[in-house]
Design a protein around this ligand. Sequence first.
Ligand SMILES: NC(=O)c1ccc[n+]([C@@H]2O[C@H](COP(=O)([O-])OP(=O)(O)OC[C@H]3O[C@@H](n4cnc5c(N)ncnc54)[C@H](OP(=O)(O)O)[C@@H]3O)[C@@H](O)[C@H]2O)c1
Length: 293
Amino acid sequence: MKTRTLGRSGPEVSIVGLGAGPLGDLRLGETEADALVGAALDLGVTLFDTARSYGASEERLARALGTRRRDVVLATKGGYGVDGVADWTADAIRLGVDGALSRMQTDVIDVFFLHSCDLGTLTRDDLLAELDRAKVAGKVRLAGYSGEGDALAWAVASGRFDVVECSVNPFDQSNVDGAIRDAAARGLGVLAKRPLANAAFRFDAPPGAQDVRTYWDRMRTMGVDPSPLAWPALAVRFAAFADGVTAALVGTSRVAHLERAVRAATDGALDEPTARRVRDAWAAHGASWPGVI
Ligand SMILES: NC(=O)c1ccc[n+]([C@@H]2O[C@H](COP(=O)([O-])OP(=O)(O)OC[C@H]3O[C@@H](n4cnc5c(N)ncnc54)[C@H](OP(=O)(O)O)[C@@H]3O)[C@@H](O)[C@H]2O)c1
């Protein structure tokens, strides 16, 4: 699979990464979890994105990677979720990094993201200093922020981060001409989350989950016909080849879906008329639609 450099001088990563949220869901058996990670490695996926809040994902990912940990780039997220410690405190960052190292059985986290905190929290010097200390201590290679809107814009402009993660898909394009362009110009790596728009196209009736519902409503308003492509292929190619994006993080519990995403990315950027259709539909309807956190 094609690779790109993560940021100015980061590691090489495959342009499709595995969004490891579904790995944390215990309805996915241990065998299936191992098979998914194994298949990802076999497909050339070298980027794995997890978080403290994704259930058992960090632990399962580490176990499934085993000694191949050294062949991949491992990203996780935190700022919260340390027993007995208030969220979004310096201790929560410091002990959160230590906890992630231990859960992922590694001595360094390639990217540690502050996970979707708001602007007021993100700009706090005590938290940023703790993240810097984790880098100096060699526990974290690259500092990241994952989120949207004014906080994302601040993270990009601040000079405090190496990587950002934000939503990019046909129904979520607000970052494409804004934060991502600025991030790329400043040499930051950019990971595209929700590249499949949470597969909102799967539903005939309004889905229950709010984020998926938002994309479903936008999809219907935009009225884009994906043919002759199928939605998953169009969405992956749109996200992975948006200007400035380093890699698209495909969230899936199924090997077949990951294979399809990798195959689509191998086909390259969307042809110009298709890309134009998707961009024009956004320009016509999406100007006031914010990025979905
Ligand atoms: N705030 C944050 O930091 C944040 C928020 C959201 C996401 N993320 C990151 O981005 C990753 C991806 O985002 P996401 O998982 O929310 O959304 P996504 O990748 O846009 O969509 C995932 C959904 O698409 C389905 N899917 C995948 N391939 C498919 C196909 N070919 N056909 C039909 N359905 C398909 C998956 O179901 P199956 O399991 O059935 O394939 C899953 O329900 C996450 O795993 C996470 O790493 C971060």
